[in-house]
Design a protein around this ligand. Structure first.
Ligand code: NCD
Length: 304
Protein backbone atom coordinates (compact mmCIF):
# COMPACT_ATOMS: atom_id res chain seq x y z
CA UNK A 1 0.00 0.00 0.00
CA UNK A 2 1.08 3.52 -0.67
CA UNK A 3 -0.82 6.72 -0.10
CA UNK A 4 1.27 9.81 -0.67
CA UNK A 5 0.28 13.07 -2.26
CA UNK A 6 3.92 14.05 -2.87
CA UNK A 7 7.39 12.51 -2.68
CA UNK A 8 9.53 14.94 -0.75
CA UNK A 9 11.80 13.02 1.63
CA UNK A 10 12.70 9.37 2.00
CA UNK A 11 12.06 9.87 5.71
CA UNK A 12 8.33 9.96 4.91
CA UNK A 13 8.53 6.28 3.84
CA UNK A 14 8.04 3.18 5.94
CA UNK A 15 9.90 0.01 5.01
CA UNK A 16 6.63 -1.45 3.67
CA UNK A 17 6.14 1.55 1.40
CA UNK A 18 9.67 1.27 0.04
CA UNK A 19 9.14 -2.45 -0.60
CA UNK A 20 5.89 -1.65 -2.39
CA UNK A 21 7.65 0.76 -4.79
CA UNK A 22 10.46 -1.72 -5.45
CA UNK A 23 8.02 -4.56 -6.13
CA UNK A 24 6.15 -2.32 -8.55
CA UNK A 25 9.40 -1.36 -10.29
CA UNK A 26 10.18 -5.03 -10.77
CA UNK A 27 6.81 -5.55 -12.49
CA UNK A 28 7.42 -2.57 -14.78
CA UNK A 29 11.03 -3.36 -15.68
CA UNK A 30 9.98 -5.22 -18.83
CA UNK A 31 8.48 -1.97 -20.18
CA UNK A 32 11.54 0.03 -19.10
CA UNK A 33 13.60 -2.25 -21.32
CA UNK A 34 11.31 -1.49 -24.24
CA UNK A 35 10.59 -5.18 -24.82
CA UNK A 36 6.86 -4.63 -24.52
CA UNK A 37 4.83 -1.47 -24.86
CA UNK A 38 2.43 -0.11 -22.28
CA UNK A 39 -0.14 2.70 -22.20
CA UNK A 40 -0.77 2.88 -18.47
CA UNK A 41 -0.18 6.64 -18.32
CA UNK A 42 -1.70 7.57 -21.66
CA UNK A 43 -3.03 11.13 -21.60
CA UNK A 44 -0.96 12.05 -18.53
CA UNK A 45 1.63 14.82 -18.53
CA UNK A 46 4.78 15.09 -16.39
CA UNK A 47 6.40 18.52 -16.00
CA UNK A 48 10.13 18.35 -15.33
CA UNK A 49 11.18 21.59 -13.62
CA UNK A 50 14.96 21.36 -13.40
CA UNK A 51 16.72 24.41 -12.01
CA UNK A 52 20.04 22.56 -11.64
CA UNK A 53 21.96 20.44 -14.18
CA UNK A 54 20.85 16.84 -14.69
CA UNK A 55 21.31 14.04 -17.18
CA UNK A 56 20.09 10.83 -15.56
CA UNK A 57 17.35 12.07 -13.30
CA UNK A 58 15.59 14.21 -15.89
CA UNK A 59 15.99 11.82 -18.80
CA UNK A 60 15.00 8.74 -16.81
CA UNK A 61 11.86 10.52 -15.57
CA UNK A 62 11.16 11.38 -19.20
CA UNK A 63 11.90 7.86 -20.44
CA UNK A 64 9.71 6.41 -17.67
CA UNK A 65 6.78 8.62 -18.62
CA UNK A 66 7.13 8.06 -22.38
CA UNK A 67 7.55 4.29 -22.02
CA UNK A 68 4.27 4.22 -20.08
CA UNK A 69 2.47 6.12 -22.85
CA UNK A 70 2.53 9.54 -21.15
CA UNK A 71 4.13 12.81 -22.21
CA UNK A 72 6.49 15.33 -20.71
CA UNK A 73 7.03 19.08 -20.72
CA UNK A 74 10.32 20.54 -19.52
CA UNK A 75 12.13 23.53 -18.06
CA UNK A 76 15.86 22.98 -18.19
CA UNK A 77 17.33 25.89 -16.26
CA UNK A 78 16.62 29.00 -14.24
CA UNK A 79 17.97 31.12 -17.12
CA UNK A 80 15.49 29.75 -19.65
CA UNK A 81 12.44 30.27 -17.42
CA UNK A 82 10.61 33.20 -15.85
CA UNK A 83 12.73 32.74 -12.72
CA UNK A 84 15.22 34.86 -14.67
CA UNK A 85 12.57 37.62 -14.73
CA UNK A 86 12.16 37.41 -10.96
CA UNK A 87 9.21 35.03 -10.68
CA UNK A 88 9.03 33.19 -7.35
CA UNK A 89 8.76 29.41 -7.06
CA UNK A 90 5.23 29.49 -5.64
CA UNK A 91 3.86 31.33 -8.69
CA UNK A 92 5.73 29.03 -11.08
CA UNK A 93 4.35 25.95 -9.34
CA UNK A 94 0.75 27.26 -9.29
CA UNK A 95 1.04 27.94 -13.02
CA UNK A 96 2.76 24.72 -14.08
CA UNK A 97 0.36 22.59 -12.00
CA UNK A 98 -2.33 23.76 -14.41
CA UNK A 99 -0.42 22.30 -17.36
CA UNK A 100 0.32 18.81 -16.08
CA UNK A 101 -0.61 15.90 -13.78
CA UNK A 102 2.65 15.60 -11.83
CA UNK A 103 5.78 17.74 -11.34
CA UNK A 104 9.38 16.58 -10.83
CA UNK A 105 11.33 19.47 -9.29
CA UNK A 106 15.09 19.89 -8.98
CA UNK A 107 16.10 23.04 -7.17
CA UNK A 108 19.31 24.37 -5.58
CA UNK A 109 17.58 25.27 -2.32
CA UNK A 110 17.06 22.73 0.44
CA UNK A 111 13.37 22.52 1.31
CA UNK A 112 12.21 23.83 -2.11
CA UNK A 113 10.11 20.73 -2.86
CA UNK A 114 8.32 20.82 0.47
CA UNK A 115 7.52 24.47 -0.13
CA UNK A 116 6.37 23.73 -3.70
CA UNK A 117 4.05 20.99 -2.42
CA UNK A 118 2.21 23.58 -0.33
CA UNK A 119 1.29 25.49 -3.51
CA UNK A 120 0.70 22.62 -5.91
CA UNK A 121 -2.59 21.06 -6.94
CA UNK A 122 -0.69 18.08 -8.46
CA UNK A 123 1.89 15.73 -6.88
CA UNK A 124 5.41 17.12 -6.44
CA UNK A 125 8.37 14.75 -6.71
CA UNK A 126 11.60 16.00 -5.17
CA UNK A 127 14.26 15.35 -7.83
CA UNK A 128 16.96 16.85 -5.59
CA UNK A 129 16.76 19.92 -3.32
CA UNK A 130 20.20 21.43 -2.78
CA UNK A 131 22.18 19.43 -0.24
CA UNK A 132 18.91 18.10 1.21
CA UNK A 133 17.36 14.92 -0.17
CA UNK A 134 17.06 12.92 -3.38
CA UNK A 135 14.42 10.30 -2.59
CA UNK A 136 13.91 8.86 -6.08
CA UNK A 137 17.67 8.30 -6.44
CA UNK A 138 17.54 6.44 -3.15
CA UNK A 139 14.73 4.21 -4.35
CA UNK A 140 16.74 3.24 -7.42
CA UNK A 141 19.82 2.71 -5.27
CA UNK A 142 17.80 0.39 -3.03
CA UNK A 143 16.43 -1.39 -6.10
CA UNK A 144 19.99 -1.98 -7.32
CA UNK A 145 21.07 -3.29 -3.91
CA UNK A 146 18.00 -5.53 -3.65
CA UNK A 147 18.80 -6.96 -7.08
CA UNK A 148 22.15 -8.02 -5.62
CA UNK A 149 20.29 -9.74 -2.78
CA UNK A 150 22.01 -7.48 -0.27
CA UNK A 151 19.27 -5.21 1.09
CA UNK A 152 18.78 -6.69 4.56
CA UNK A 153 21.47 -5.99 7.14
CA UNK A 154 23.82 -4.53 4.54
CA UNK A 155 27.34 -3.43 5.44
CA UNK A 156 28.04 -0.51 3.12
CA UNK A 157 30.63 2.24 2.79
CA UNK A 158 29.33 5.67 1.78
CA UNK A 159 32.35 7.46 0.34
CA UNK A 160 33.14 11.04 -0.63
CA UNK A 161 31.11 14.17 0.05
CA UNK A 162 28.88 13.21 2.94
CA UNK A 163 28.33 16.81 3.95
CA UNK A 164 26.77 18.22 0.78
CA UNK A 165 25.77 14.97 -0.99
CA UNK A 166 21.99 14.65 -1.00
CA UNK A 167 22.11 11.10 -2.38
CA UNK A 168 23.98 9.81 0.66
CA UNK A 169 21.72 11.71 3.06
CA UNK A 170 18.63 10.01 1.66
CA UNK A 171 20.30 6.63 1.24
CA UNK A 172 21.61 6.49 4.81
CA UNK A 173 18.10 7.03 6.17
CA UNK A 174 16.57 4.42 3.88
CA UNK A 175 19.18 1.75 4.60
CA UNK A 176 18.62 2.26 8.31
CA UNK A 177 15.11 0.87 7.80
CA UNK A 178 16.79 -2.38 6.70
CA UNK A 179 19.21 -2.71 9.63
CA UNK A 180 22.30 -1.49 7.80
CA UNK A 181 25.78 -0.97 9.19
CA UNK A 182 27.05 2.29 7.72
CA UNK A 183 30.75 3.01 7.21
CA UNK A 184 31.15 6.71 6.43
CA UNK A 185 34.37 7.52 4.57
CA UNK A 186 35.07 11.20 3.94
CA UNK A 187 37.65 13.92 4.39
CA UNK A 188 37.16 15.44 7.86
CA UNK A 189 35.76 18.64 6.28
CA UNK A 190 33.00 16.66 4.53
CA UNK A 191 31.65 14.41 7.26
CA UNK A 192 28.03 13.32 7.51
CA UNK A 193 26.15 16.13 9.35
CA UNK A 194 25.75 15.52 13.12
CA UNK A 195 21.99 15.89 12.95
CA UNK A 196 21.68 13.09 10.38
CA UNK A 197 24.03 10.84 12.38
CA UNK A 198 21.96 11.25 15.49
CA UNK A 199 18.73 10.49 13.58
CA UNK A 200 20.35 7.36 12.15
CA UNK A 201 21.47 6.16 15.57
CA UNK A 202 17.97 6.71 16.86
CA UNK A 203 16.72 4.52 14.01
CA UNK A 204 19.07 1.79 15.25
CA UNK A 205 21.76 2.01 12.55
CA UNK A 206 25.33 1.14 13.44
CA UNK A 207 27.63 3.92 12.25
CA UNK A 208 31.41 4.11 11.90
CA UNK A 209 33.50 6.96 10.52
CA UNK A 210 36.78 6.75 8.60
CA UNK A 211 38.89 8.85 6.28
CA UNK A 212 40.38 6.09 4.07
CA UNK A 213 38.69 3.51 1.86
CA UNK A 214 41.36 0.92 2.64
CA UNK A 215 40.27 0.92 6.30
CA UNK A 216 36.82 -0.45 5.40
CA UNK A 217 36.99 -2.23 2.07
CA UNK A 218 37.30 -5.70 3.56
CA UNK A 219 34.36 -5.11 5.92
CA UNK A 220 31.71 -4.14 3.38
CA UNK A 221 29.66 -5.61 0.54
CA UNK A 222 29.05 -2.30 -1.28
CA UNK A 223 31.16 0.80 -1.93
CA UNK A 224 28.79 3.70 -2.67
CA UNK A 225 31.08 6.34 -4.16
CA UNK A 226 30.06 9.99 -4.59
CA UNK A 227 31.33 13.11 -6.31
CA UNK A 228 32.62 16.01 -4.24
CA UNK A 229 29.78 18.53 -4.74
CA UNK A 230 31.88 21.40 -6.09
CA UNK A 231 28.87 23.65 -6.73
CA UNK A 232 27.88 23.67 -3.04
CA UNK A 233 31.18 24.94 -1.66
CA UNK A 234 30.91 28.55 -0.49
CA UNK A 235 34.67 28.95 -1.07
CA UNK A 236 36.48 27.48 -4.12
CA UNK A 237 39.77 27.17 -2.20
CA UNK A 238 38.02 24.83 0.25
CA UNK A 239 36.98 22.70 -2.72
CA UNK A 240 40.52 22.55 -4.08
CA UNK A 241 41.72 21.17 -0.72
CA UNK A 242 39.48 18.10 -0.98
CA UNK A 243 39.16 17.63 -4.77
CA UNK A 244 40.47 14.26 -5.87
CA UNK A 245 40.65 12.85 -2.32
CA UNK A 246 39.31 9.43 -3.33
CA UNK A 247 39.86 7.30 -6.38
CA UNK A 248 38.64 3.73 -6.64
CA UNK A 249 41.06 1.73 -8.77
CA UNK A 250 41.34 -1.91 -9.80
CA UNK A 251 44.26 -2.12 -7.37
CA UNK A 252 42.27 -1.24 -4.28
CA UNK A 253 39.47 -3.57 -5.39
CA UNK A 254 41.88 -6.51 -5.10
CA UNK A 255 41.33 -6.16 -1.34
CA UNK A 256 37.73 -7.39 -1.71
CA UNK A 257 36.93 -9.68 -4.64
CA UNK A 258 33.15 -9.55 -4.20
CA UNK A 259 32.58 -5.90 -3.41
CA UNK A 260 29.98 -4.11 -5.56
CA UNK A 261 30.80 -0.54 -6.63
CA UNK A 262 27.90 1.90 -6.99
CA UNK A 263 27.84 5.63 -7.82
CA UNK A 264 24.81 7.89 -8.47
CA UNK A 265 26.88 9.54 -11.27
CA UNK A 266 28.12 11.82 -12.70
CA UNK A 267 31.63 10.72 -11.74
CA UNK A 268 34.49 13.14 -12.12
CA UNK A 269 37.50 11.02 -11.22
CA UNK A 270 36.38 9.09 -8.13
CA UNK A 271 36.29 5.81 -10.05
CA UNK A 272 39.02 4.90 -12.50
CA UNK A 273 37.53 3.97 -15.91
CA UNK A 274 39.44 0.67 -15.70
CA UNK A 275 36.94 -0.37 -13.01
CA UNK A 276 34.11 -0.14 -15.58
CA UNK A 277 35.19 -3.43 -17.17
CA UNK A 278 35.38 -5.35 -13.90
CA UNK A 279 32.68 -7.45 -12.23
CA UNK A 280 32.59 -4.86 -9.42
CA UNK A 281 31.05 -2.07 -11.50
CA UNK A 282 27.33 -1.62 -11.07
CA UNK A 283 26.89 2.13 -11.69
CA UNK A 284 25.57 1.98 -15.24
CA UNK A 285 23.09 -0.77 -14.37
CA UNK A 286 22.13 1.40 -11.41
CA UNK A 287 21.42 4.38 -13.66
CA UNK A 288 19.24 2.19 -15.93
CA UNK A 289 17.18 1.18 -12.89
CA UNK A 290 16.16 4.84 -12.65
CA UNK A 291 13.64 4.08 -15.39
CA UNK A 292 11.61 1.21 -13.80
CA UNK A 293 11.79 2.85 -10.38
CA UNK A 294 10.54 6.19 -11.70
CA UNK A 295 7.85 4.33 -13.68
CA UNK A 296 6.72 2.82 -10.39
CA UNK A 297 6.69 6.21 -8.64
CA UNK A 298 4.79 7.95 -11.44
CA UNK A 299 2.19 5.22 -11.81
CA UNK A 300 1.59 5.03 -8.05
CA UNK A 301 1.26 8.82 -7.67
CA UNK A 302 -1.10 8.97 -10.64
CA UNK A 303 -3.26 6.21 -9.18
CA UNK A 304 -2.57 3.65 -11.92
C1 NCD B 1 23.33 13.21 -8.07
C2 NCD B 1 22.61 14.49 -7.67
O1 NCD B 1 22.16 15.26 -8.52
O2 NCD B 1 22.48 14.67 -6.46
N1 NCD B 1 23.14 12.88 -9.40
C3 NCD B 1 22.03 12.15 -9.77
O3 NCD B 1 20.91 12.56 -9.57
N2 NCD B 1 22.23 10.96 -10.33
C4 NCD B 1 24.76 13.17 -7.64
C5 NCD B 1 25.69 14.26 -8.03
O4 NCD B 1 25.33 15.23 -8.70
O5 NCD B 1 26.87 14.13 -7.66
Amino acid sequence: MFTKDHIISIRDFSKEEVDYVLDRAEELEIYARGNESCNLLEGKVLANLFYEPSTRTRLSFEAAMVRLGGETINIYSQESSSVAKGENLADTIRTVAGYCDVIALRHPQEGASRMAAAFSSVPIINAGDGAGQHPTQTLLDLYTIRREGLLDGLKIALIGDLKYGRTVHSLAYALSLYGATLFFVSPSALKMPEEIKSDLKEMGAEIYEYTEVKEVIQEVKVLYVTRIQKERFPDPTEYSKVAGTYRITTDILKENEDVVVMHPLPRVNEIDVEVDKTKHARYFTQSFYGVPVRMAILSILLGK
